[in-house]
Design a protein around this ligand. Sequence first.
Ligand SMILES: Nc1nc2c(c(=O)[nH]1)N[C@H]1C(S)=C(S)[C@@H](COP(=O)(O)O)O[C@H]1N2
Ligand SMILES: [Mo]
Length: 399
Amino acid sequence: MNDERRIGRRTFLKSAVISTAGYASASLIADIRQPGLPACEQGTRSPFEQLRKRVGGQMLTYASTPIHQLHGMMTPSDLHFERSHSGTPAISPDSYKLLIHGLVENSLTFTLAELKRFPSCSRITFLECSGNCQDYFKKGPQTTPQELAGQTSQSEWTGVALPTLLRETGLKSKAKWLLAEGGDAALMTRSIPLGKALDDAMICYAQNGEAIRPEQGYPVRLLLPGWEGSSCVKWLRRLEVGDKPWMTREETAKYTEPLLNNTARQFSFVMDARSVITSPVYPAQLEKGWHEIRGLAWSGRGSIKRVEVSVDGGDHWQPATLHGPVLDKAHTRFSLPWHWQGKDTLLLSRVTDSTGYRQPWVKELVAVRGIGSLHYHNNGIIGWRVKSDGCVYYEPVVG
Ligand SMILES: Nc1nc2c(c(=O)[nH]1)N[C@H]1C(S)=C(S)[C@@H](COP(=O)(O)O)O[C@H]1N2
Ligand SMILES: [Mo]
């Protein structure tokens, strides 16, 4: 950074502080004394903050998090994205039961009250649909991050560690896989390798401090940190232990990506590292001067080591600041101050996770995994075009 820029940035930060302080003492106090201000309903978001998770044209069984309208790393529960194959069932907590059977020593059922008596654990982690960003080349310039990449959200999940329950049932020596079944009309099922179940799987009954929302699986869901959303079965009612995968409808018809050499990638559970700039993005219109580039980065394989931002279409990359806590398998906020001088340019971000893996260009991704990777598990670099009039648009970038 040259001297002129450094001074400019310091002045920018200083002037921001002074002007906010001035605002508080001069106008804010006067404002709250005004009679006739609209009253807010208790426990609701300010009526001035209109946030929606269902975006134009989305089917009833889809909703996306407005990631470009949020701050920090957590997702308010009512704005958690949603993907359900057949709607949201209303399951009474009193009649709820979880059955664990198959290659176990003792088949057991657990009521919700019984699950809550076990030692509890909590974890902040993201949950992302493997179809997030599947319309990478189909979306036009007037696309928000919510519409492109809003099938990811982050909550603090609370429940009981699955190994705790499996100690109660015991496992037969042939046990290798689990079948998780949901109690929705779709009876969605997924096969889960036992290794993951014994590693960090959770049976969750709470989200961000309260009972799980109906759309997220009330009263109980399976959570496999860092793995694709579809493996985190909601309204969980049955876990069957077996010795091989079940090859369910989800596993044969969906969640499988064709590769280049006439083979397919199946059981591609882990969500690879991705980052997305959430500001400035469409539909922002910028003025010349200082802006903070902000975004989210996450990896299903570990924590975020580095995020780099390019303000010139990839010719140069600068390290962004990571906002702590930087957690394992969790959305991590990043930011970088940027002085826009009024020229047409392309903003990009790329993340490197704690395994050393770097988010690829879409071109690199397709070269390794074929065009099927554009549909599921497309974690390619995402670009935002800033036009010289200050309007910002989504732009697919090949690399
Ligand atoms: N029972 C059941 N579980 C399910 C689904 C479903 O349709 N039924 N959808 C899956 C898919 S594809 C995803 S991406 C995640 C979405 O979780 P969310 O709706 O809580 O965001 O739930 C998964 N678990
Ligand atoms: Mo999904």
